[in-house]
Ligand binder design. Structure first.
Ligand SMILES: Nc1ncnc2c1ncn2[C@@H]1O[C@H](COP(=O)(O)OP(=O)(O)OP(=O)(O)O)[C@@H](O)[C@H]1O
Length: 281
């Protein structure tokens, strides 16, 4: 078994008297997508900053690619990862200039940078903004440029903090589609903080749900849904209403409890609110 790409043990961060993250344990294996979920202020960004070596934990350890993150190893390890957070870009430089600078910092050849620049701008629908200064972009377009910066070097480990925040629904879908493709290819390990829960069960392999700095649920998405939401609803799609009503009548006569013939499968969205409310089935 190879080392997990990310392993955190007892990760804790205290700001003055506020515990932002408390005794967090997590591992992310190669090629998997971890969703870090939780309400505002629950400790997601603080967790990512510690995982990426940008913030020193008060206690606990982080290993990336099997190597301990320390002040001396962090810069070298960070060269292997892509991090998308706000405010990563030089506002006076154009989108292309920003991404080229990033390619240089990652030691990409000029030809590779130019190829990736075109690919990434195409993926994000930013090709026509290539020569626009970042400071003149709208908030959503700047967000896309930030994602582009993280994707450019094709990192083996990608940290995304609210990647779809501020994006219009179609752009958000494009970004999520691309992450889905990366997941299917299996070469990229992704840690994704998000409030956008719809569809996450198909994108994330694992989730950690935080509330006030503590883990309220963690594990494989499919296991969590089965464990915490064991009753399955079955949806029967019948294209004819009269036939559907007869089917319901028949099922009820057979002793089945049919509350809502249109009820759907449980979703991570529902599980999230249930876990945060401290409810168990
Ligand atoms: N530099 C800091 N100094 C003091 N407190 C901080 C600092 N950074 C974060 N905090 C506090 O730590 C807690 C967790 O914040 P964090 O930004 O990690 O939450 P989050 O889950 O990412 O929130 P959001 O969804 O709003 O981005 C909050 O109470 C926040 O006020």
């Amino acid at each position: 078994m190879s080392d997990p790409v990310v392993r955190a043990v007892g990760l804790t961060r205290v700001f003055e008297d506020r515990v932002a993250v408390s005794a967090l344990d997590l591992t992310v294996d190669r090629g998997r997508v971890l969703g870090v979920l939780g309400p505002n202020g629950s400790g997601k960004s603080t967790t990512v900053r510690m995982l990426t070596g940008l913030l020193r934990p008060t206690a606990g350890t982080v290993d990336l690619f099997g190597e301990r993150v320390t002040p001396s190893s962090a810069p070298r390890l960070r060269a292997r990862i892509g991090v998308q957070t706000e405010a990563n870009l030089y506002h006076r430089l154009t989108v292309a200039e920003n991404l080229r600078t990033w390619g240089d910092l990652h030691g990409l050849s000029r030809a590779t940078t130019e190829r990736r620049l075109s690919e990434v701008l195409e993926i994000l629908g930013l090709a026509d903004r290539r020569d626009t200064p970042v400071g003149s972009l709208s908030k959503g377009l700047r967000q896309k440029a930030n994602i582009g910066r993280a994707l450019l070097p094709e990192p083996e480990l990608l940290f995304l903090d609210e990647p779809t925040a501020g994006l219009d629904p179609a752009s958000a879908l494009d970004v999520l589609d691309h992450l889905g493709k990366l997941r299917a290819e299996g070469d990229t390990t992704i840690v994704l903080c998000t409030h956008q829960l719809h569809g996450l069960e198909t994108l994330c392999d694992d989730v950690v749900m935080l509330d006030r700095g503590r883990v309220v649920a963690a594990g494989e998405v499919t296991d969590l849904l089965v464990t915490h939401w064991p009753i399955r609803d079955y949806v029967i799609r019948v294209g004819d209403r009269a036939l559907a009503e007869r089917a319901v009548t028949y099922l009820r006569a057979s002793g089945a409890a049919v509350d809502d013939p249109e009820s759907a499968d449980p979703s991570l969205h529902d599980l999230y609110f249930r876990m945060l409310a401290g409810e168990e089935s």
